[in-house]
Design a protein around this ligand. Structure first.
Ligand code: NAD
Length: 382
């Protein structure tokens, strides 16, 4: 079967397509950004300069068209100074976690991007909102639904836009899967399967309950949950942020092979199922001892399979019932994600990956943990 090689989409066309489908209402915003002159890039401050900031978000901010790196929040002034040099912003825009509030006086910073460990998101998002900045927060949005509620309330009170770092909504492969799910010639997809895992190095914060909120479910399972909601088809492309949630889940935690590494409240491997309103079902596994990066969605008319790197930044391999799909050249999904948020801020629109979507996934995760604890099917109430 012939592979479908999709011609490169220009950035402007792609961002334009993202804007057209936005379901959010235009809201007047009193925070900075909306009032920046046209053509001026919005300033982004990264909070936490760990591997995702260093490896992905920083480099993406070198190719963004609507925003640029304008400051950092870090525990190491020395590291911050190196970033200021590398990215060309003033050393005055280096903050610590304790002095973040002073950003309120920095008119060059419009957007704060929180990239700290999961359990610190609530602290950093609230500090950013209080400083009057629009906020993007990495996944999972928080450790608990209660933390998500606190973040949403703080952003609402400060009248700032709030988005979760779900980059896959800006990845051409995942967008095409969502499009096909809604296209009567392909969809719906009624059976989803997937596996996401890697071997976690000992000592990592990702196995610390306070900082991570749990084990691989928090870090990796959230991708499979997102994948199912995307393949179910209601998440974007016309649907609202919340209409793609499953109605019930079951789950089973597998016995720990490394109990010294994974303590109480931190699963090592967990399997779960999700059931949707139309009868669609999903079966997934996520693990910190190893695993894959695959996802398959199947229906009466067609199937879509991420055979490799379903949720990673590069090297995605997709096959479908009508042949392989290849997008070339490489699309920097983080750059598109941040540019789209900058556009939303400028135009007073809600993001297509709003904070509420991050909260929805915490509701699902809490239901999965409850199902694993009780051995019972648990209803999901978003
Ligand atoms: P990391 O450990 O590499 O970086 C975390 C940063 O937070 C470090 O700079 C660290 O110094 C700082 N930090 C501040 N207080 C800390 C504390 N008390 N303990 C530990 N670190 C502290 O982690 P990362 O891989 O960059 O992940 C950060 C966040 O980004 C997580 O929420 C993660 O889920 C998310 N992430 C998202 C993606 C994606 O593709 N969207 C990819 C990787 C990570």
């Amino acid at each position: 079967m012939n592979s479908l090689r999709v011609p490169p989409v220009s950035r402007r066309t792609f961002l334009g397509q993202l804007s057209v489908g936005a379901a959010g209402l235009a809201l007047a915003s009193s925070a900075r950004g909306a009032d920046q002159p046209p053509g001026k890039k919005l300033g982004v401050a990264l909070v936490g300069l760990g591997s995702y900031s260093k490896g992905q978000l920083g480099p993406a901010l070198k190719v963004t068209e609507q925003c640029r790196l304008a400051g950092v929040v870090t525990g190491s002034r020395e590291k911050g100074a190196q970033w200021a040099k590398d990215y060309g912003f003033s050393e005055k825009a280096i903050y610590s976690y304790d002095t973040m509030g002073q950003m309120a006086d920095n008119k060059d910073i419009d957007i704060v991007y929180v990239v700290t460990p999961n359990g610190l998101h609530v602290r950093d998002v609230i500090a950013a909102a209080k400083a009057g900045k629009h906020v993007i927060c990495e996944k999972p949005l928080g450790n608990t639904v209660a933390e998500c509620d606190a973040m949403l309330a703080a952003c609402k009170a400060a009248k700032v836009k709030f988005s979760v770092g779900y980059r896959l909504h800006f990845d051409p492969y995942h967008r095409e899967m969502m499009r096909r799910a809604k296209d009567p010639a392909f969809g719906p997809f009624l059976q989803m399967t997937g596996n996401r895992g890697f071997a976690l190095r000992p000592g990592a914060w990702r196995a610390d309950k306070k900082l991570a909120g749990g084990g691989p479910m928090m870090d990796l399972g959230v991708y499979l949950i997102q994948g199912a909601c995307m393949a179910y088809g209601g998440t974007t492309l016309g649907g609202g942020a919340l209409d793609a949630a499953p109605v019930a889940v079951t789950a089973k935690e597998l016995p720990k092979t490394k109990p010294e590494q994974f303590g109480a409240g931190v699963e090592e491997t967990i399997e779960w199922t999700m059931e949707f309103k139309n009868g669609a079902k999903a079966e997934f596994v996520t693990s910190y001892v190893g695993g894959k990066d695959t996802f398959r969605a199947e229906g009466p008319k067609s199937w879509w399979e991420f055979k490799q790197k379903a949720f990673t930044y590069r090297g995605t391999v997709v096959d479908t019932s009508t042949g392989p799909v290849v997008y070339e050249p490489f699309v920097n999904q983080q750059a598109l994600q941040m540019d789209n948020f900058a556009e939303c801020v400028r135009e007073g629109r809600e993001s297509r990956v709003p904070g509420e979507m991050g909260r929805r996934d915490l509701v699902i995760i809490e239901a999965i943990f409850e199902a694993a604890r009780t051995g019972k099917k648990v209803a999901v109430k978003v």
